[in-house]
Design a protein around this ligand. Structure first.
Ligand code: BEZ
Length: 251
């Protein structure tokens, strides 16, 4: 799924994406001079953390806007605009790391993506990732779906949110040995009073793509107000994130 990113808004208001990614980095060993790819590097905030672990780093992202932002913020690192299912490295990597990215890739491209990641690792290389798992943001998606259906519209479910069983099996089919896998709830606090509305406008683009802005506004307002009792807690909006976190080896 290709969307046009507002990289400035992303950097200013959605920095939690990178902050949470720092926990995932704990699954990556210290580098000893090896190479690491930050797959779906966005503005490069975690590429920098990988470099701090002692790796020579390369950030890869499919978005031109994000690659531009990453290069501006980190002129010393290398970045490559490329698709996760197709990127090719000059030198195979010791680590491929990916945070909050794989759910953007359509389900029918996941096998090609996993095979590509496997092919771009050295023998004994490691793949570490975290992204939306089964049930991710389901309260938000359900509320939007209801508001779409009320207007005779279909809400397309475009994200890939697998269970541990599904994703672990896919990686094994592609040749990986899965050494760690977990699925867990991670209610995620939003920065502003309009937090849920801003979150929807930032991340849920495809279903609204060909819609009049008045209809989109109505749907968003209705969905947000229907979720207030459950997701607005002590003056803060929380989104009902569920994460899948995996470590796998190319043996
Ligand atoms: C996520 O990071 O889980 C996510 C982001 C945007 C839309 C859906 C899920």
């Amino acid at each position: 799924m290709n969307i046009k990113w507002d990289s400035k808004n992303y950097t200013e208001n959605f920095s939690f994406v990178g902050k949470y990614g720092e926990d995932v980095l704990e699954l990556v060993d210290e580098g000893k001079g090896g190479t690491a790819v930050d797959l779906g590097c966005g503005n490069g905030c975690l590429t920098e953390k990988l470099a701090e672990k002692g790796y020579r780093v390369l950030g890869v992202d499919a978005s031109e806007e994000m690659i531009e932002e990453a290069k501006k913020r980190h002129p010393d690192f290398e970045f490559l605009k490329a698709d996760a299912a197709k990127f090719r490295l000059e030198e195979k990597a010791d680590v491929i790391f990916s945070n909050a990215v794989l759910h953007w890739i359509d389900a029918d491209k996941q096998e090609e993506t996993a095979k590509n990641i496997f092919s771009q690792l050295k023998k004994d290389g490691v793949f570490v990732c975290e992204f939306g798992g089964k049930g991710n943001c389901e309260m938000v998606h359900s509320a939007l779906e209801k508001a779409f259906e009320k207007r005779g519209l279909m809400y397309p479910r475009t994200f890939y949110f697998p269970s541990v069983g599904e994703y672990g099996s896919l990686l094994e089919k592609c040749g990986f040995k899965v050494t760690y896998a977990a699925l867990f709830d991670r209610p995620t606090e939003q920065k502003t009073d309009k937090g849920l509305e801003n979150w929807i406008r930032m991340f849920i683009k495809t279903p609204f793509a060909d819609m009049e802005s008045e209809t989109a506004d109505e749907i968003i307002t209705e969905a947000v107000s229907s979720l207030k009792d459950e997701l607005y807690i002590n003056g803060k909006w929380f989104v009902d994130y569920v994460r899948i976190r995996v470590k796998a080896e190319k043996g």
